[in-house]
Design a protein around this ligand. Structure first.
Ligand code: AOF
Ligand code: ZN
Length: 368
């Protein structure tokens, strides 16, 4: 059975699986949160999401729920089933053993232990395999996994709030807020889904932000906070330094510009210094991103200000772009936004557009 085109049902079930995969977003460690559906005679008889912490895998749980009904059924997997022995046998083998007759997959797994072997195991067992169904959508939902595996750095989301006159305010939450309460809540949710969050030192000095997630029930999911601060100017009295023992704060400074005393002062608060290299007098971002990737940080949200945003854009390190647009004008005192909805480069594709109170939120992804 060499089916090459997905049916309408295939696309519908895959879309359901992709939605399900979001359930453990940010909770599966370095493992991506993926989902599996087992469908027999058009009915979902098993469903699974990668467990919190990363194991068991989605397939294990979906097959357990389906039991005997998996025999002859179709499995929908948002990521190629694994081919390696972890704490359990490979998921590709589990699907073979369970007797599914067809597997519909979305994204391929770049993990060198898998990389095509998962699909090959299925085919070798006589299972009909259809790959790449809604692959782009599934890839968008793997929360940094594909970027981190292939590029060896976190997936970078740049978030900016832009006023009607193309300015970014000095702060999200303070007196010159550009956008409203609904955007504030959305940004806190984005923080909860990120492993780390980065701001420039000018924003840190102007706003003295905390950068934590303060949504009810999600306050334990605050990301690591990183300050791009080449001269290590972060005051020891800044909220980011004072709270560094509760939520980690890291400073990316140039080693030659940081005195031992300054370093000791911040380190005594619990602030850590990241290894950095200099590039034209600034912190070299590609190397910094590599270091963060090696530390297991899969997703990074850049929250401003204009300088940091411009530097990430110039280095083509932005994978996702989230712009919140307000109808308010800032006028004098505003800082010109390095990017606005009207100037988004063609390499980005608009993924969604939603209303947040009086403001508009738009999300673009960089074409892979
Ligand atoms: C699957 N199903 O639900 C997920 C997969 O450390 P381990 O042994 O858990 O393996 C991690 C790798 O498993 C990860 O890099 C990716 O290749 C795959 N993730 N595979 O079959 C799942 N989450
Ligand atoms: Zn697996």
């Amino acid at each position: 059975m060499a089916d090459t085109e997905p049916s309408l049902d295939d696309r519908r079930f895959m879309a359901t699986a992709i939605r399900l995969s979001r359930r453990h977003f940010g909770l599966t460690g370095t493992n991506p949160s993926v989902a599996t559906l087992i469908v027999a005679d058009g009915v979902i008889v098993g469903r699974g999401v990668t467990a919190i912490g990363g194991r068991p895998h989605a397939e294990t749980q979906a097959l357990a729920e389906a039991g005997e009904r998996a025999r002859g059924a179709t499995a929908y997997v948002t990521l190629e089933p694994c081919a390696h022995h972890g704490r359990t046998p490979p998921c590709a083998e589990a699907l073979v053993t369970a007797g599914v007759s067809r597997v519909v997959g979305a994204a391929s797994d770049p993990d060198p232990r898998v990389a095509g072997r998962g699909y090959a195991i299925l085919r070798a067992a006589g299972i009909a395999v259809l790959e790449g169904v809604l692959a782009e959508n599934a890839g968008d939902q793997l929360n940094g996994y594909l970027i981190r595996s292939v590029k060896r750095r976190p997936e970078v989301t740049l978030k900016l709030a832009v006023s009607a006159d193309g300015m970014i305010g000095l702060t999200d939450e303070g007196r010159v807020a550009v956008t409203g309460e609904a955007v504030r809540r959305q940004v806190h949710l984005m923080r909860a889904e990120s492993d780390a969050i980065l701001i420039g030192i000018r924003t840190a000095l102007a706003d003295d932000p905390e950068l934590t997630c303060r949504l009810p029930g999600l306050d334990s999911r605050s990301p690591i906070r990183i300050v791009l601060d080449r001269n290590a100017r972060l005051p020891a009295s800044a909220k980011l330094a004072v709270t560094a023992r509760l939520v980690p704060t890291m400073v990316a400074a140039l080693p030659e510009t940081v005195g031992a005393e300054r370093r000791a002062e911040l380190e005594s608060r619990g602030v850590t210094f990241l290894a950095t290299e200099a590039h034209e007098g600034r912190v070299a971002l590609p190397e910094l991103m590599e270091d963060l990737g090696a530390r297991g940080i899969g997703t990074l949200m850049v929250e401003g200000g204009a300088d940091a945003a411009a530097q990430f854009l110039a280095e083509d390190l932005v994978d996702r772009l989230v712009l919140f647009s307000s109808t308010k004008e800032i006028g004098t005192g505003g800082v010109r936004a390095p990017i606005t909805p009207a100037t988004v480069p063609a390499r980005f594709r608009l993924l969604r557009e939603s209303r947040f109170g009086a403001d508009i939120g738009q999300e673009w992804v960089r074409a892979h």
